[in-house]
Design a binder for this molecule. Structure first.
Ligand SMILES: [Mg+2]
Length: 131
């Protein structure tokens, strides 16, 4: 249910970009704009501005837009990654840093749905640009 909502939001974001004539092909640009939104949210939080929540929403909107452009079902990927993180073990180093114990990712079941995108296609996209 919640995953479907997230997927619907992804599609709504891309549809709005198309309707407004915004960029829908250059992921480099979208990542730059996402960074800009992260900076805006940090500034809003740091200065205790009332639009902090709206700036967080901007981050989510750019992130979900990137996911839709790259044909990544972000909700599924988030759940899959949470499964990994929740099973991950950490250790505390002498300097106080908490670091993950290596090679734990292989112990987590990935029997859920396969990714909805080809990692090779995404890699090619970043190397060669949109076709
Ligand atoms: Mg903003």
């Amino acid at each position: 249910m919640a995953l479907e909502v997230l997927n619907d939001i992804q599609k709504r974001i891309l549809k709005n970009k198309i309707n407004k004539g915004f960029n829908t092909t250059d992921l480099n640009k979208e990542f730059c704009l996402l960074y800009g939104e992260v900076a805006e949210a940090y500034d809003a939080w740091r200065k205790e501005k009332p639009d902090f929540g709206e700036e967080l929403a901007d981050i989510a909107i750019y992130l979900l837009g990137i996911a839709e452009i790259a044909k990544v079902d972000l909700g599924t990927e988030i759940v899959r990654k949470l499964d990994i993180i929740e099973h991950r073990e950490y250790t505390v180093l002498k300097n106080g840093s908490q670091v993950k114990v290596e090679a734990d990712d292989e112990n987590v079941s990935r029997d859920a749905e396969e990714p909805t995108y080809s990692t090779a296609a995404v890699r090619d996209y970043f190397i060669d640009g949109p076709k």
